[in-house]
Design a protein around this ligand. Structure first.
Ligand code: PSU
Ligand code: MN
Length: 333
């Protein structure tokens, strides 16, 4: 395990903001920032948040680490600064070094899947936690980062009307003013009910360059998206309109980016694997926060890696568009 962290080159002096330097990161209040992210935020440059559960629980090592690094590179290529978020030794980190990314990617079960409700326990026990969409949104918002890119969103699980297994991601979108750019929700979930809960919670949902809300591996979910945007500038304007309504108005914004048509071919095989994995989850009694990681792992195994390849392609695609949206937001008049 790579544990050592580089000392920051040259002591950073952020005395005015009350920030200090800890093991190469900038400590400000509750949060520890990588120098790259801290400097970008101080300069009011566009920053894009990234979650870490997709690294620890969404993909196997070492593809997870390679993908995380490539996604960060894509965001930089598009003119924004990536900020991967995770909890290390109980401290929320905004922006990770290579060593810290490696620690999350290779940590196996030692790294805890951390949604909003888990943050206090992970912090108090000084554990390592990989943040889900809900916890990442909360920490990104506290860091002043309004844009966040990921692969797939959590949602209402199939049978959720009985189990009440509804991802905290949906509720977070109703509380926290961060725009989430993703490929929609996987059909391991109940997409119509997911959209119903988002409506009930007052979340602004748009599809990017499409009329339907996307279903991750498939462009079409059969569900019309409540709104449509066709460019980074339009997505940025939508987010600004939402946030202009103030703290008691709209909060999160969800932008669903469909999988590019040329990559959709594998969709049918993946759908069959999803059906099989759902049956296995039920018969082996997997429940709670283990359900999503179990399904993602089994679908990847059953498709011989095709779902993993699609996953990797999608998160990169979303990163390019999310970075363009963050840059467009900064350029709004
Ligand atoms: N869906 C995916 N990939 C993922 C996740 C969901 O296609 O990696 C992860 C995200 O971190 C998301 C979390 O926030 O799972 C949702 O978990 P749950 O269903 O337990 O709320
Ligand atoms: Mn759940």
């Amino acid at each position: 395990m790579v544990e050592e962290e580089e000392e920051a080159s040259g002591r950073l002096d952020f005395g005015e903001q009350g920030a200090g330097s800890v093991e190469g990161s900038v400590e400000h209040g509750l949060l520890r920032y990588s120098p790259e992210v801290w400097n970008a935020l101080q300069a009011r440059a566009p920053v894009v948040a990234l979650e870490s559960t997709i690294i620890s629980h969404g993909m196997p090592f070492p593809q997870n680490l390679e993908t995380a690094l490539q996604v960060e590179a894509i965001i930089r290529e598009h003119g924004a600064t990536p900020a991967t978020i995770a909890v290390l030794d109980g401290h929320p980190h905004i922006g990770l070094t290579l060593a810290q990314l490696h620690r999350i990617a290779s940590g196996g079960r030692r790294v805890r899947k951390t949604s909003r409700r888990d943050l206090p326990a992970v912090m108090a026990s000084r554990a390592d936690g990989a943040t889900t969409v809900s916890a990442t949104m909360l920490l990104a918002s506290q860091a002043g980062i309004p844009f966040f890119v990921t692969g797939g969103l959590g949602g209402v699980h199939r049978g959720g009307e009985v189990s009440m297994d509804v991802s905290a991601d949906l509720i977070e979108l109703s509380r926290t003013p961060v725009a989430v750019v993703c490929a929609g929700a996987k059909t391991v979930l109940d997409i119509p009910r997911t959209l119903e809960v988002l409506e009930t919670q007052g979340v602004c949902v748009a599809a990017y360059g499409a009329d339907e809300f996307p279903a991750f591996f498939a462009r079409s979910s059969g569900c019309r998206a409540p709104a449509r945007v066709d460019s980074p500038a339009q997505a940025a304007a939508l987010a600004r309109a939402a946030w202009s309504l103030g703290p008691t108005g709209f909060c999160g914004v969800l932008i669903g980016v469909p999988i590019p048509a040329e990559h959709e071919a594998q969709g049918a095989a993946i759908e069959r694997a999803i059906k099989a994995a759902l049956g296995e989850a039920e018969s082996s009694g997997v429940s709670g926060s283990d359900v999503t990681p179990f399904l993602l792992k089994r679908v990847a195994e059953l498709t011989g890696g095709a779902s993993l390849a699609a996953n990797i392609m999608l998160i990169k695609h979303n990163a390019a568009i999310g970075a363009q949206i963050a840059v467009a937001y900064h350029a709004l008049p």
